[in-house]
Every structure is written in C-alpha cells, then in structure tokens.
Write a protein that binds this ligand. Structure first.
Ligand SMILES: Cc1cc2nc3c(=O)[nH]c(=O)nc-3n(C[C@H](O)[C@H](O)[C@H](O)COP(=O)(O)O)c2cc1C
Length: 337
C-alpha cells in the first residue's frame, strides 16, 4: 500500500524575518540549510548607510549561494532614504523592505520605525521616495496600529500599495506590546482583503502548529518567522515537512560550530565570540544541555575557548532525563529572556 500524500501546507512561502543582531549571513546559512528560501538581512539605518558606517557591511554581506535575499531600510527622512537607496542600488537584493514597525525608543524618538507607521502622511512620503529611487522592488513591514479596529492599519496598507510597494508584511501586535501577547489575526486578515498586493502574516510562529493557525486565521499564504528561528533553524524543516525529525545532539553541535565559525571572518574573532554567546545559548536552551555548560558560554572570548567548550558539549550531550517533548520553540525562547 502506498502512503497517503501529506496534506499540502496552507502556505506558499515562509520568510525569515529581519532580526537586528541575528539575521546575518551565518544565521541565514543555518536556516538555508534547513530549507529557508526567502530571507531578510537585519535593518540598516538609512543615515548610517548614507554616512557609510562600516558596521553595515556585515549586515549587508550576501552569500553567493543565496537565491532570494531582501534587505531592510529604517529611516524617517526622505532625503537620507534616497541617498541610502542609491547605495543599495549598487548591490544585489531581491527586494528592499521599509521598516514601519521597530518599537525601540531610540528609533521611535526620531520618528522612525513604529512611530513613522503612526504618521501615515510622512510614512508615505518616505516610501514614495524609496520606490522612486530604488532599482529593487520595494516592500514594507508594518505593525497592527489598533488591535480592535482594522481601519487605521488598512488605511496605511492601502496607502503603501498605492505608493507602489509590492508586498506588505504585517506584524500582528501593536507597538505597546513590543513582541509579546496575542497576534491580532482579524486585522491582518482585513489588510489582506483590502490591498492588491500579497500580505505576509507575522507573529508568534514557534512551531508548525503556530504557522497553521496564523495561516488559517489570517488567510495569508505568505508567512514570516522571526524569533522562532533563533537557535532553531530546524523550524524551516518542520514547516516544510510535518514528519521532519527533531535535531539530535550531533546535528545541533554541527550547526552551532558552523554558525559560530562563520561569524569569525565577518566580525573578527573577539566581536564574533561576543555576538555568538547569545546565539550558542539559543541553540542549547530548552534542549536538555547541562546548566554548567550553558553558564560557560557567557564568558567565551576566543575561538580556542569556543572549540574547547564545543567539544565538551558534543561529548556530554543533553541530559538522559531530558524529555524532548518539552522542546517547544516558545518555551525555548522564553527561557532565553
Ligand atoms: C531581537 C529582535 C530584532 C528584530 N529586528 C527587526 C528588524 O531589524 N526589522 C524588523 O522589521 N523587525 C525586527 N524585529 C521584529 C521581527 O521581525 C518580528 O516582526 C517580531 O519578532 C514578531 O515576530 P515573532 O513573534 O515571530 O518573533 C526584531 C525582533 C527581535 C526580537
């Protein structure tokens, strides 16, 4: 007897979200290895790009093998956005996204990110300037503006579509909620029905069941994973195949090694190891690795120290008493906080 064909997933595309401090080339490579096709760099500030802050080089670095990569601009000044867009024109990206959702105070205080999302007229001027300048298709990433009333979010999304954006990602939480709490699916659904461009639903995907629910409640065929991929690139495998196995110790250790080693040429050894601490912890947390090994991650400073600890992690592995059924992405992530 032949196996029944698995039910088709209710989504067409799954994007890796822009995540500042995370979605650099080594992070994306870990996700690509598990089937991620559509991915974004972290945000780049238009002013920092225009003034050629060297920090942006690491953010914008693209792997030759990457088939689809978007980048994201943050800004609130059309003039700087135009200058930044010209610089991005010299690089290869499948889209340039515009950030209208960042809740960080330093950003909102200067009228960018989520603050710009609340100032529709100015937001549309910025996006129109970007669309007019960019050789790349432009998309936008917004937040739900009011979780009870879809009208303001729909009005912003309609304006963006009229400006020429090709897709709109909607994070279903208002700015006051930062990244916590329920996702306002009815508002995302209302945006999807109101605009002629694809809407990407974002918020709270930590496991396959979350993606199924987000797709069902929003009607969106394009979804975006953010925190659920931190320390868990295997989420892309799980989303592609409901029968995909959980990663075992060898697979986890191989991914950690490759990810961290990939950061060294990008940032230099010291900075790489400093940035890698949270990455390594994210891979280990919630997977039964002994606390004392995890504690040592927080002081790693050199590649040699990393390799020494990595060897121990690999040999020791997770506790035999660990119940992998507890391995749910949400719990893992909350344990990280
Ligand atoms: C550490 C961190 C960094 C983020 N950086 C960005 C960013 O650069 N650009 C952006 O549009 N959103 C950023 N976000 C928001 C995520 O892309 C996403 O919208 C949000 O986390 C909700 O999705 P989730 O519930 O699946 O995590 C960031 C979120 C976190 C937690």
């Amino acid at each position: 007897m032949t196996e029944p064909a698995p039910a088709a997933a209710p989504w067409e595309r799954v994007y890796l979200a822009p995540l500042a401090g995370y979605t650099d080339l080594p992070f994306r490579r870990a996700c690509r290895a598990q089937g991620c096709r559509y991915a974004f760099t972290a945000l780049v500030d238009a002013g920092a790009l225009a003034y050629r802050n060297p920090h942006n080089e690491a953010i914008l670095r693209r792997g030759e093998e990457e088939v689809w990569l978007g980048t994201q601009l943050l800004g609130a000044d059309p003039e700087l956005i135009v200058r930044a867009a010209r610089l991005l024109n010299e690089r290869q990206f499948e889209v340039v996204d515009f950030n209208l959702g960042c809740p960080v105070r330093k950003v909102t205080q200067r009228g960018a990110g989520a603050a710009l999302g609340l100032d529709r007229e100015r937001a549309l001027r910025c996006v129109a300037a970007l669309v007019a300048t960019s050789v790349h298709p432009v998309t936008a990433k917004i937040r739900v503006l009011d979780e009870r009333n879809p009208a303001p979010t729909v009005a912003l999304a309609r304006g963006l579509a009229e400006c020429g954006v090709r897709a709109i990602a909607v994070h279903g939480r208002v700015v006051e909620r930062i990244y916590a709490g329920p996702v306002a699916c009815p508002v995302i659904a209302a945006v999807r029905e109101a605009v002629p461009v694809p809407v990407i639903a974002n918020g709270g995907i930590f496991a396959r069941g979350d993606a199924e629910e987000l797709a069902r409640l929003t009607g969106c065929r394009w979804l975006m994973v953010a925190r659920g991929a931190i320390g868990n690139p295997w989420i892309f495998r799980e989303l592609a195949d409901p029968a995909a196995p959980r990663p075992g110790n060898e697979e986890i250790c191989a991914a950690v090694r490759e990810h961290v080693e990939g950061m060294i040429p990008l940032y230099g050894e010291r900075n790489a190891l400093r940035n890698a601490r949270k990455i390594i912890l994210a891979y280990l947390v919630g997977r039964g690795y002994p606390r004392e090994l995890r504690a040592r991650v927080t002081s790693l400073a050199t590649r040699a120290e990393f390799l020494d600890l990595w060897q121990q992690i690999r040999e020791q592995g997770p506790s035999p008493h660990f119940n992998p059924d507890q391995d749910h992405g949400t719990q893992r992530f909350l344990a990280l906080e």
